[in-house]
Design a protein around this ligand. Sequence first.
Ligand SMILES: [Zn+2]
Length: 288
Amino acid sequence: MTPASPETSTPTVAIGAIKVTSLFDGWLSLDGGAMFGVVPKTLWEKKIAADALNRIRMSTRPLLVRTPQGPVVIEAGVGQSITGKLVQVYGIDRPGLSLDEQVGAQGVNPDEVRHVVLTHLHFDHAGGCCKLVDDKYVPCFPNATYHVQEAEWDKMMAGGGMQRASYVKPSLEPLRSQLKLHAGSGPVVHGIRYDLTRGHTQNHAVVWIEDGEHNGCFMGDLIETSAHVPMPWISAYDFCAGESFKARERLYPEFARRKTLLFIYHDPSLAALRLLRDGEKWEFEKVS
Ligand SMILES: [Zn+2]
């Protein structure tokens, strides 16, 4: 059990009439070298310290998005998708609440959640869509539509491939009857839309939250932590780093121009930031 601390808090910010709460599903630890790709350790360890196994500890922060049309959840945390020896391997350390309980703790009835939106289906992002009841995975939100990129779903269901260790199929299969499959960028529900970036997976998509000129964007694994803001600081876990770089080249100027609030899923100490341009470099300011 992780003790309460500012790092595990659940801050809420407003995007116009939409209220966005960063939930906290717990910690996982992944190899620091892999998380920073071609960036040498002498540079990245100044920003995030590695443990004795050269791993860095990262949060998982799904979003509860309260829109005038009802509550929407973006991303799902690790949940109970990882069991046995792998809990140690990945350094999984969860407070223990399932995603529906986390939503309930914010004063929202989980039965009212009608939409769950996922950037991709890796276990640390989608593992909490279902919870274990009598050793069987069941969807956390029985009345929700789960939004997924169609090609990402097909990839996960087919199994195999370079990223096969990142998908836990039994924890996702029960969503089958509640799925809405999307083909690339486009609206999801009022105020929320997919923007296909590719890169991290072949069909990774970030999620815009918009109310008039107010806007935010959930980064998924396009910017994993604030240390990943510099454009070439791209994880070796990415299926195609070149596509991630292209997506950043396209989106960073738009984020700066529109003063977009960026929700960062894996940062150990912040939940949201804004990008700032400093000449040729990109910096950030912490928002919450
Ligand atoms: Zn991922």
